[in-house]
Design a protein around this ligand. Structure first.
Ligand code: 5GP
Ligand code: ZN
Length: 114
């Protein structure tokens, strides 16, 4: 997607502080961190949101979670704990239409939504 900011980050056209990258996914620090550790994990291929995941593309979500612990370890929060959130659509406040998982930690994350 030529006008997608996260596609551009994945392709290296827009700079980001990357903390993990492989052929399918990358993770980078959020530009406006909401916790001491706040990274975003994305598929490199454009998927707009959770609604858009299909049988053909679902494997990359598993790949993201297969590496989330390693990313958390690298960011120093694997032992202390962290929260992974994905917002889908306007009621959830999604602002970037490229599937992403927030990895938040580095403090007591406070009250849980669920
Ligand atoms: P959403 O609100 O869609 O769940 O999350 C989008 C996230 O992307 C926000 O936390 C926002 O701070 C982050 N973000 C938006 N633009 C950029 C950018 O250009 N670089 C980085 N690193 N993060 C961004
Ligand atoms: Zn995209």
């Amino acid at each position: 997607m030529s006008d997608c900011i996260f596609c551009k980050i994945a392709e290296g056209q827009i700079p980001a502080s990357k903390v993990y990258e492989d052929e399918l996914i990358c993770a980078f620090n959020d530009i406006s961190p909401q916790a001491p550790v706040h990274a975003l994990i994305i598929p490199k291929a454009h998927i707009a949101d959770a609604n858009s995941i299909t049988e053909q593309t679902a494997a990359v979500v598993g790949h993201i979670f297969a590496h989330a612990g390693e990313i958390a370890e690298k960011l120093g929060v694997a032992a202390s704990g962290y929260r992974i959130i994905s917002n889908c659509g306007s009621d959830a406040g999604q602002t970037v239409a490229h599937l992403h998982f927030h990895l938040l930690g580095g403090k007591d994350m406070g009250e849980k939504l669920v």
